[in-house]
Design a binder for this molecule. Structure first.
Ligand code: DGL
Length: 281
């Protein structure tokens, strides 16, 4: 009898999202930390999270964290604004490795960029409802003018691979219509799916508005933390990344390879397990 065992090396970076949005963070991690191994899980079968009740977002995200912990990552990035708003603080308390969300990095980048102090935030219903961006932005800059807008129609455009469809721009324009007469100089893409359609968003809001994706700042925060902990990979080897999805591996691979500009292997998994003790207590 042969026993097949898959042996994974410990010490990669776990990255999660409700679907393909977190790949925008992966791309920056690849650019800034090319020697690090990434283990990615996207819950495309249950995406979008943004319109779900908080308790579902909570359970589904903890299931993804549980899934990543089996690979013994040295850090986890919650590359989903909706999930960051719901679980970041709780997960940070419960596990001993660094856990990074995407809201604080995005807010920091926007504060650096704005000249007029008039900032817009677009995100999912869950993220906008949580008012997390406003809280974080106002913590250090109480006099900012902040306009927040939920755009539930944008994630399906990305997740279903429809961003190149003829009416994609009309959908983006319709979603962003409420911002039309509001003067902003900086707009936070408060959902990690949005950088994938950044060209359409920029066209809709005009070239005078600077768009902020949290990906770059998140990867640089990750890099600083790993450097501080002396955990950066220093030996020059080709990292072997692993991508998992709960949805169709073919659909995931198509979007991922197009976005990341490289070939990847994708494995389908299910995530309906009860939350483990280390996270449920
Ligand atoms: N990519 C996710 C975010 O940053 C959410 C998409 C969704 O599932 O609604 O919020």
């Amino acid at each position: 009898m042969t026993i097949e065992r898959v042996v994974f090396l410990a010490g990669g970076i776990g990255i999660l999202d409700s679907g393909v949005g977190g790949l925008t963070v992966v791309k920056e991690v690849f650019r800034q930390l090319p020697l690090e191994e990434v283990i990615y899980i996207g819950d495309s079968a249950r995406c979008p999270y943004g319109s779900r009740p908080t308790h579902e977002i909570h359970t589904f995200t903890l299931q993804m964290i549980d899934f990543l912990l089996q690979f013994e990552p040295k850090a986890i990035v919650i590359a989903c604004n909706t999930a960051t708003a719901v679980v970041l603080e709780e997960v940070k308390r419960k596990i001993s490795i660094p856990v990074i969300g995407v809201i604080e990095p995005g807010a920091r980048a926007a504060i650096r960029e704005t000249k007029s102090n008039r900032i817009g935030v677009i995100g999912t219903l869950g993220t906008i409802r949580s008012r997390m961006y406003e809280k974080v932005l106002r913590k250090t800059h109480p006099d900012l003018s902040i306009t927040s807008l939920a755009c539930p129609g944008l994630v399906p455009l990305v997740e279903d691979g429809h961003r190149k469809m003829e009416d994609a721009f009309q959908i983006v324009q319709r979603e962003l219509e409420p911002l039309k007469n509001i003067s902003l100089d900086t707009l936070i893409l408060g959902c990690t799916h949005y950088p994938i359609i950044v060209d359409l968003i920029q066209k809709a809001v005009g070239d005078d508005v600077v768009l902020i994706s949290s990906a770059e700042e998140t990867a640089s925060e990750l890099s600083s933390i790993l450097a501080l902990n002396h955990q950066l990979v220093s030996e020059h080897r080709e990292p072997s990344h692993r991508f998992f999805t709960t949805g169709s591996p073919d659909a995931f691979r198509k979007i991922a390879e197009d976005w990341l500009k490289r070939k990847i292997d994708v494995t389908q998994v299910t995530l309906d397990h009860p939350i483990s003790e280390r996270l449920s207590s």
